[in-house]
Ligand binder design. Structure first.
Ligand SMILES: [Zn+2]
Length: 234
């Protein structure tokens, strides 16, 4: 019986380690995904700003063309002014020239705004590219390491389970079944100890006779409240 209890204690120790590693099998891929997501976000941000930047330059070109167009017309009309004979025609043409000049002045203001925006976009793009580079470096520095760790943890878990199963092999089937159910349903704690006459699993007070039974180690003693297996110490 003492051998059985010793085996259960060893199994519990292995299952506690497995529990910690199970958490890692969730956390490590999350860490890796988070690094990948950061880079993806940074890529998308840079791409969006690039589009905005290109559109700004395109707008500037169009406005410069509009100004050039208007200037051609203004020059042409000014030459026409020299040959015009009636006052009415002169006034009409002069008004058209004024209109075009006013339009050019407005387009010029818009151009200045676009140039200011261009400078801001340039700064923003620079910053976003730095963030992108950092994210890329961070992923490069950790991807391989994390993937290796994930594989190692999975391998460790398999090894630990194999060791635990070897220990379980000689135990009565009913006891293994009960142990497995406790691991599954009781927060991975199947074997607990007498902690100053209380169950270390649930805190339930251990009666004196039960404490004596635990200490004697001649039978498997279960907690009267949570059903876990009680031993003197882990
Ligand atoms: Zn208990």
């Amino acid at each position: 019986m003492k051998k059985q209890l010793e085996k259960l204690i060893q199994m519990q120790k292995l299952d506690t380690i497995i529990g910690g590693k199970n958490i890692l099998t969730k956390e490590l891929p999350q860490q890796l995904n988070s690094l990948k997501q950061s880079l993806k976000d940074a890529d998308e941000t840079v791409a969006a700003t690039k589009i905005e930047f290109d559109e700004n330059l395109k707008d500037q070109k169009l406005k410069e063309l509009d100004i050039a167009d208007n200037n051609t017309k203004i020059t042409k009309y000014k030459n026409q002014l020299l040959t015009i004979e009636t006052n009415k025609e002169y006034k009409a043409l002069n008004s058209e020239i004024n209109h075009l000049e006013k339009q050019n002045s407005e387009i010029d203001d818009e151009l200045i705004e676009l140039m200011e925006a261009e400078a801001e976009l340039k700064d923003r793009l620079e910053e976003e590219k730095n963030t992108q580079k950092d994210a890329s470096n961070e992923l490069k520095a950790n991807e391989e390491k994390l993937e290796k760790e994930i594989q190692e943890v999975q391998k460790d878990i398999e090894d630990l389970k194999a060791k635990r199963n070897v220990l379980a092999k000689d135990l009565p089937r009913e006891l293994i079944r009960r142990y497995a159910a406790l691991i599954k349903n009781k927060n991975r704690k199947a074997v607990v100890f007498n902690d100053k006459n209380a169950c270390s699993g649930c805190g339930y007070t251990i009666r004196p006779q039960v404490a004596i039974d635990i200490k004697a180690g001649n039978s498997v003693v279960y907690c009267e409240s949570c059903g876990r297996i009680l031993v003197t110490q882990l």
